[in-house]
Design a protein around this ligand. Sequence first.
Ligand code: ZN
Ligand code: ZN
Length: 429
Amino acid sequence: MLFRGARLIDPASNHRDRTDVLVEDEEVGGVGPGLSSARAEVIDCDGLVLAPGLVDLHAHLREPGFEHKETVESGSRAAAAGGFTAVCAMPNTDPVADNAAVVIEVRNLADKAGLCDVHPAGAITRGLQGETLTDIAEMAEHGVRLFTDDHNCVQSSRVMRLALEYAKAFEVVIAQHAQDASLSEGWQMHEGYYSSLLGLTGAPGEAESIVVARDLALARLTAGRLHVTHVSAADSVRLLRDGRERGIRVSADVTPHHLALTDGDLIGYDTSLRVNPPLRTSEDRDALRAALADGTLDAVATDHAPHAPEEKEQEFDQSPPGTIGLETALAVVLTELVGPGLIELPAAIERLSLGPARILGLDDQGGPVAPGRPANLVVFDPSTEWTVGDRPFQSQARNSAFTGRRLRGCVLHTMLRGRFTVKEGQPTR
Ligand SMILES: [Zn+2]
Ligand SMILES: [Zn+2]
């Protein structure tokens, strides 16, 4: 396979020019202008961008237990359609991924689907109950790199301290959904002008930043690796920046919806915009954008959260929080951040591929796109415009916060170890 004349954006090698990329079997065979191969199928990439396959640190694939929302196969297909070659699957399944057996089951389902590498995250505590640590050592032995009770923030400082001590011992990452339970009880949206206007119960940004401050203190105490997922508040960004400057081992991600939308968008009570953590103010959103550009936030992660239509069609306060995101992440970043010049394209690609690959410790993902490396690639058209929802989602779910919005940027080909998972915009299986 010869990708001819693509603009190669490869953060690991600092490449950002037009070139040819040859793929032989599972690997990149060559990179350079004017490549040729008698046997190769040539794919004209004039005007297109070629980059390392995208990596998502945070996706809910729902299987086992919630197959009416999504399966590993449909979630993998959505991931491939969005340009992803690896995703980290959240453990709040039924049964919970709090032991090696469930981790192995999810991995087997992903291997069978063959559309995207799936790296299951393990739970920090048994049953996500926040009390007793799981067997982190056993899951780490089975290759689990990231542990989280996502959705259920670990409230106990003692349990969080222990988890970070294990993280240090086994070189794994503890990812926190930072949310103080008592400050956010009964929340429906961000607390502020719009929650008063809409008559909905709010949770302040401090519900997040208080936990971020505590966890940074515990990461410093233990030297364990902390990751703060889906950062939403400007105060959390300030704390993370300060923590990094003090040498604390911390990384963080932000979702496309928190980068693009605000609490003011909830004015129509649209349940697809009810997400956890909630959309916050435009000042918060602007702080997140700046932090992604300056590297305080390492990664864009989707928090892809599929729900069945009847679940989201309830009253605002009854509908479960979450938006799907795998198929729109790249286009949202291109449209909302790269387009207006808030972040350079190579930096945006870095936050979607190499940055998250490093956090997960994946050395086969995120580039460099170089001879001998696994051919995990995405090719996209940066200028095509489309309306979200006009073509069917590959995800089983349809609860997208971006439905009806015009986005710029369209994935054409996704390649996993030299094999197309998406070709000409269509999944290959
Ligand atoms: Zn979460
Ligand atoms: Zn989540």
